[in-house]
Design a protein around this ligand. Sequence first.
Ligand SMILES: [Zn+2]
Length: 159
Amino acid sequence: MNGSKPKNESQRGFTLLEMMVVVAIIAILAAILVPNFTRARAQTQTAACMGNIKMIATALELYYTDTGSYPAASTPTNVETLGLTGYLNQTPADPAGPGSYTVKTQSNAGNGGVAGYQIWCPGTHDPGTLAKIAGGTTANTHIKFDNQAGFTTVSAQNQ
Ligand SMILES: [Zn+2]
């Protein structure tokens, strides 16, 4: 009689080497995917912030169409206190950070006969997601919109 009957093939477990290979493959996949998810999240925040700014710009243009001037704000003013009630139903929040969007306006007389405005975002964005905007560098983290110059990036709000 043979007491040490060989195990059935289907009952064999994994060897240590097989387990190590599987764990290594999972680790490699995670190392590839996690940074991509992080970057995608930051890019979504930047896109949403630019949408918020365009929404504020549209409200300012509607205000201008109705009244003939932008709301008075000779220094950067929080958008909540700008008097855009009826033009901006909800005050947008920057997904990249806390604080208020700020707006500065110029009257026709004070700007060489051309009225204008600038909008700044309060949040701190991943600079890599701002690279496609004019002025995007590895240092700038904030988005600025000028009704003449369009989107640019700056290193701090209200600059
Ligand atoms: Zn922002």
